[in-house]
Design a protein around this ligand. Sequence first.
Ligand code: PEP
Ligand code: MG
Length: 570
Amino acid sequence: MLKGIAASAGIAVAKVYKLEVPVLDIVKKDCADSEAEIAKFNDALEVTKSDIEGIKERATAAGKLSVEEIAVFDAHLMMAGDPEFGGQIISMITNDKVNAEFAAECVANTTVAMFESMDNDYFRERAADVKDVTFRLKANIMGAIIPDLGAINENSIIVAHDLTPSDTAQLNEYAKGFVTSIGGRTSHSAIMARSLEIPAVVGCSGILEEANHNNVIAMDAITGDVVLNPTQEQIAEFEAKKVTFLAEKEALKVLKDAPSVSTDGHHVELAGNIGTPADVEGVVNNGGEGVGLYRTEFLYMNSQEFPTEEEQFVAYKAVLEGMNGKKVVVRTLDIGGDKILPYFTFPEEMNPFLGYRAIRLCLDRTDIFRTQLRALCRASVFGKLCIMFPMIATIKEFCDAKAIFEDEKVKLIAEGIAVDANIEIGMMVEIPAAAVLADQFAKHADFFSIGTNDLIQYSMAADRMSEKVAYLYQPYNPSILRLIKMTIDGAHKEGKWAGMCGEMAGEPDAVAILLGLGLDEFSMSATSILGARKVINSLSKKEMELAAEKCLSFDTAEEVQAYIKKVIAK
Ligand code: PEP
Ligand code: MG
């Protein structure tokens, strides 16, 4: 039994799919039986070709790659089928009496060296193809598995060091959950798992060493428990828990169209966080009253180059239309930290989470920023759009970003393009400096959305990706509650609204405190909305105001949690 951090609720039992690029230890062996080695090589070559065909077919069907990118697979197929290349490997096996993988490695190394020495970009790129194809070929000779998430075709639980957001995006219906050895509740793989509604346990150290491909694994992503090779009895226990979990989820559905009102008549807004237009469906089905955070960076991350204004316009319009006139808060590009782009080189930095990212990057690369703002302005007429800027630290950053927005808006109108006159411009409060100065920021911004994932990371100086310091992710720490209070009070002083889109907004105990602190909008993973509504419906705002005041006076997060649990249970 291993223990990790429950990051996306659910329970699953399935086979392990280990996402680990194999390290091929190739040593020269004397092999008198050349026939057997040649047969091994020929079989592996056939498997290699069909692997590449399969990858090409799936990539074509998914429609995400351009014609040129698909053509790379044809180059790989040609290379694998090249009689000259195969002939050299067979000759070496026969003449030198060596093992197939060693012969493949030697021939590949010579070919790569030849291509790399050529004074021609085309041939230098072919060197990369040879490396790619022969790595697959050697792995197939040795019976090692090269992971390919998109190819999973039986129920599996993915076990990995970490999943990048683009790994997560490749998961298909056979992925029943994932367990990673690093990460915390607010790492982006965890957030993606919640929108995909698949169970996830992160920060489960030891899992990669202990689990082997095809082992059976049982995971409880409510408690964070993971059992490798469970007994029949344990499997039955997990299955029973799963039934209860699904029944509870089903029971909450009666609240789908219920108002989010406290027992003393105070209304708040419960909205959903999304990463792609496809996530809108989940928000609507879970009774979301709006989208409180559209993380647009996934549009950039799932692309091979910067998405065009038109591509972005299509995505933003789809979200606004999908929400049917309900409020949609779109966050401008928040790239950097753990969110990188394959086609953009970030500077080498010691602390990328504290570096060139989000609004800092956008204010530097205004070409990228302006394209996004134009697309947003054009889409604004299809619904109720709010735009917010991420990682704002200073009032100047906010005002500069807003000025660029105004500039693009004026230009579009001059071009005769309709732009909604009532777009609200707000900001994420996720850097302590912004929370402390919220009353001043509120003179400029139309609204705040508190990003507790980063606000806690920066306040506690604890990397949100590190399981070693995950204990410092303390939404209930009175210091964090005070920063939240400052932000809400700052907004209200200027007649502005304050929301929260960090993961804290969906935690039932936190919902109670936030109601008392006066939060106006709660935005969370779609699957948390109904649970939050149940909490709001059962509490009195007046009583929670007193309880929240008390919470601010405690010394520790534990005291706050113990106290609020008692209050809610009454
Ligand atoms: C946050 O920081 O709380 C937030 C919502 O943004 P992200 O998780 O995308 O950094
Ligand atoms: Mg953030």
